[in-house]
Design a protein around this ligand. Sequence first.
Ligand code: MRU
Length: 346
Amino acid sequence: MVETMSWDGNCLELLDQQKLPREVVTVRCTDYRSVADAIKTMKVRGAPAIGAAAAFGMVLGAKRFSGPKEEFTTHMRQVARALKETRPTAVNLFWAVERMERVLTEVKEQSLPNIIDRLEKEAVEIFEEDRRLNKSIGRYGKEVVPQNATILTHCNAGSLATAGYGTALGVIRAAHEEGKNISVFADETRPLLQGARLTAWELMEDGIPVTLITDNMAGYVMKLGKIDLVIVGADRIAANGDVANKIGTYSLAVLAKEHNIPFYVAAPYSTIDLSLATGEEIVIEEREHNEVRTIGDTVIAPPGVPVFNPAFDVTPNQLITAIITDRGIVKPPYDKGLKTMMEGGE
Ligand code: MRU
C-alpha cells in the first residue's frame, strides 16, 4: 500500500500527487504555509488526506511560533484560517482544523511546550484514526461486493486520498484481500486525471486488476453489462444523504440508476456534515480555467476560451443505494440513518 504522508516530528513529508505517476517524489513541509500551499495546489488531495495534512499544518504553525505566549492564540487563529481557506468543499479539512482548535482551547492555560505536545498528539491521532476508519469501512463494505465483481470507481478515493488504505478503494482492497475475484474500471476523471494518474497507479502497485476508461465511456461500459456496482468516495455528505464528490460522480449515479446498477458511497464519519440539511448548501469549489484548457502541459483548447470548472458535484440521496461508513452501512432514509450513526461513536 502506498504511503501518502509521513510525519517525523518536525516535517510533514507528502508524496507529490501532482507529479504522479510520472515521478514518484515527495515534498517536505516544515511550516504551515507550505502545508496550505500543498493542499491548495493539490500535492496532497482527497478529503481525509487534506484533513490529516491540515492537522499537521496546525502543529507546524505552533512549533515555528517564536513570539511571546500572549500572541500565541492570535497566531494560531491565523494558522487555522490560512489552512481553512485552501479548499472549500471537503468537510474533513474543517473537521480536522476545528478538532485541533478545540484542543488549543482545552490546554490554553498550559505552557507552550505542553500545548505543542498536545497538538502533536492530536494530529497523530487524527492520522492514525483515519487509517482505522478506512479499515473499518473496508470490513463493512466488502459484504456488498459479490464473490466475482467488476467495480466502477471515479477519481481517487484510495490510500493516496486518505491517511492510508482508502475509502472506496478500501472496500475494493478488503474484498480483494478476502480472496474475492475483483476487477476495477477506473474513470480517468478530467480535468486533473486523478483516476488515470492515481487510482490506476495505486491499484497496479497493489496488484488489483484495473482497466482505465475515459469519463465519457462509463455509460457504454455499463450498457455492455461490464459493471456490477459503482463505489465512490465523498468530500461532504449532508444530513439528508446528498453527497458532494469529484465532478462527474452525479453523471455516474444517473447512469447507474438507468442501468439498475447499485451505487455506493464510502466515507468515514469525518466526511458527514449534519449541519447542512441538503447538498444544496455545500460550497462547490471552482478551480482555475487552464485546468480545462490543458492536459498536463499540453494546450488542448483555443487560448482564452471561456471555461466552467467546478471541481465537485452533488449526487442527490435518492440515487445512492447505501453509504458505507466506518460505523456500518447506512441505507435510506438517510436523514434518520446518518443521525443515528453519528450519535454512535467509533
Ligand atoms: O479534488 P480532489 O482530488 O481532492 O477530490 C477528491 C475526491 O473527490 C475524492 O473522491 C474524495 O475526496 C474522497 S477521498 C477518500
